[in-house]
Design a protein around this ligand. Structure first.
Ligand code: SF4
Ligand code: SF4
Length: 472
């Protein structure tokens, strides 16, 4: 029996027990009157770099809550390398880890199950679910490292390039990105350490090299990043919790497809926007290319790492995809944050309990020991067994799975006071973390739903509250 299941509480018991902590939590929140109201109190950027005010319990810190050993960390090869058993578990990587024959058998079994479910109209796998998934993918724009390169440059227009302070540039880019569909946004100036987050080899096999040549370029085999393109733009695109709660079905997975589609719009849009200002913008050449997004997100203050070995944002929890691009436009950088998320993961373990493949760690503390070649060594984390996870996707689910995201207590997409209060409590009173976890269970959060019922929901555009990052 796990620690968490031993401490299961009823809803009534949780509220009674929570009363013990209310005094302390209230004392903490009293000094920050806007904290627990859940009301947006600002509708425009209030600092010179356009950083939105975040909830009081999101503290900026000098070093992230994930320990990094820069001496051990190296730039990662995202393409699977058979000789080193290193690289992504996507595509050929999966076969590399499990063996070609086994991979084919797994794929065939998954495909047969998908066919059977479609024919039998199984909940979440019906024709309309599959058609919706196709719709999400159908909206996707082409990936391109250098962007469309169609926008008129200042030179074309006979005017000087845009100029301003890094703070003014950060505010301008935030406004543009938000308008294009990004939710939370952060910036990071790469140094010799954080450059290691940029892939050594992209997923399509291109070697990625930094160069003193001021103009970015690519060939059949290489992509060149000017050393001047050292400003990382990192942003999130949220997913629909209501869709994800239908995991693992096609209904559940289509929200992931939608975020990747939105990511391509923004990649293309920002490339053209920055070109129009007279600057370069380097984006993903393929899905998940260029750099390790969660690592950049953590250093740019968008969230903390977690037991999922993914980034959790204070605003949207794990219900985001993280995207990144590089530019030579100097941008005022952001700092990492501590919102008590990594600390909460040490006692919560809800995702690991819910994972059908047993891929997530149950260890109390994060470790330096990686699980396999799909992990990048040099940071202390809850490393996942990606082969178990991907086998489940391919053999059982037939699509991707997001159960671990959906059940996470941070996946609350609304401004209800109790959620703000609990998140504040997690940050201010970590000693009560097992109680917060029990409360999440007692209120029935993290329960999954049926695919068909999603079609009855009157969801907002894209399935999420786009004002959530304005919550105080
Ligand atoms: S996606 Fe599904 S299988 Fe993979 S770790 Fe999460 S819950 Fe487990
Ligand atoms: S479910 Fe719990 S342990 Fe897992 S990522 Fe969320 S907070 Fe952390």
């Amino acid at each position: 029996m796990t620690e968490t299941s031993k401490t299961k509480l009823s809803r009534r018991e949780f509220l009674r027990l929570a009363g013990l902590g209310v005094g302390a939590a209230a004392a903490t929140t009293a000094a920050r009157p806007a904290a627990a109201t859940g009301k947006p109190t600002a509708v425009k950027f209030s600092d010179p770099a356009g950083r939105p005010q975040r909830p009081w319990w999101v503290k900026t810190v000098d070093v992230p809550t994930t320990e990094v050993d820069w001496g051990k960390m190296k730039r990662y090869n995202e393409r699977y390398l058979p000789e080193e058993q290193e690289g992504s578990t996507r595509g050929v990587g999966f076969a590399g880890y499990v063996g070609k024959e086994k991979a084919e058998a797994i794929e065939a079994e998954g495909a047969a199950k998908m066919k059977e479910r479609l024919v039998n109209n199984v909940d979440g796998y019906t024709l309309k679910d599959i058609a919706l998934q196709s719709g999400m993918n159908g909206m996707r724009l082409p990936y391109s490292y250098l962007g469309p390169q169609k926008a008129k440059t200042p030179e074309d227009l006979g005017v000087p390039k845009w100029s301003g302070t890094p703070e003014e540039a950060a505010k301008m880019v935030r406004a543009a990105l938000r308008h294009m569909g990004a939710a939370t946004i952060g910036f990071l100036e790469l140094d010799e350490n954080t450059k290691k987050f940029v892939y050594d080899v992209d997923p399509d096999g291109h070697i990625v090299e930094f160069t003193d040549d001021p103009i970015a370029s690519e060939t059949e085999t290489h992509r060149y990043i000017p050393n001047s393109c050292k400003y990382a733009i990192v942003f999130t695109v949220p997913m629909s919790l209501e869709a994800m709660k239908r995991s693992p079905t096609v209904t559940g997975s289509q929200t992931t497809a939608l975020t990747y589609t939105t990511g391509t719009w923004i990649n293309n849009g920002m490339s053209e926007f920055l070109r129009g200002l007279g600057y370069q913008c380097l984006t993903e050449s393929t899905l998940n290319a260029l750099a390790i997004a969660p690592a950049l997100g953590v250093f740019a203050g968008l969230g903390e790492m977690s037991r999922l070995n993914r980034m959790i944002s204070p605003e949207y929890g794990p219900m985001v995809r993280v995207f990144k691009m590089l530019t030579d436009l100097p941008l005022a950088p952001d700092k990492p944050i501590d919102a008590g998320i990594m600390e909460f993961c040490k006692t919560c373990k809800k995702c690991a309990e819910a994972c059908p493949s047993g891929a997530l760690s149950f260890e109390d503390e994060p470790t330096w020991e990686i699980k396999g070649g799909w992990n990048n060594a040099g940071h202390k984390a809850y490393f996942e067994d990606a082969v178990k996870c991907r086998t489940y996707w391919r053999q059982e689910a037939g699509t991707n799975c997001g159960i671990c995201f959906a059940v996470c207590p941070f996946s609350k997409h609304d401004k209800a006071w109790i959620h703000t209060w609990v998140k504040g409590g997690i940050s201010a009173l970590p000693l009560l973390n097992s109680m917060w976890r029990s409360g999440d269970d007692a209120f029935g959060y993290g329960e999954l739903a049926t695919g068909e019922s999603w079609w009855d929901l009157d969801e907002p555009s894209f399935g999420y509250d786009t004002t959530l990052m304005l919550q105080k």
